[in-house]
Ligand binder design. Structure first.
Ligand SMILES: [Zn+2]
Length: 59
């Protein structure tokens, strides 16, 4: 059985997803990010989350 990780976008524990810089994004959130329109408010939210992870990773 695969280990569950806490998704940094929805904060739910999921097994399927991708890992970015030691952080985890679940499959459904990843799909949602990909499908979200750039003009959508959620897109800015996702980018903000990703940016925070990235900044933490390089600091
Ligand atoms: Zn998620």
């Amino acid at each position: 059985m695969e280990e569950a990780h806490t998704c940094i976008v929805c904060n739910e524990r999921k097994q399927e997803g991708i890992r970015i810089w030691n952080q985890f994004i679940c499959l459904s959130c990843e799909r949602e990010i990909v499908q979200t329109d750039v003009d959508d408010d959620r897109y800015a939210y996702y980018i903000e989350r990703m940016k925070r992870i990235w900044l933490e990773a390089i600091s």
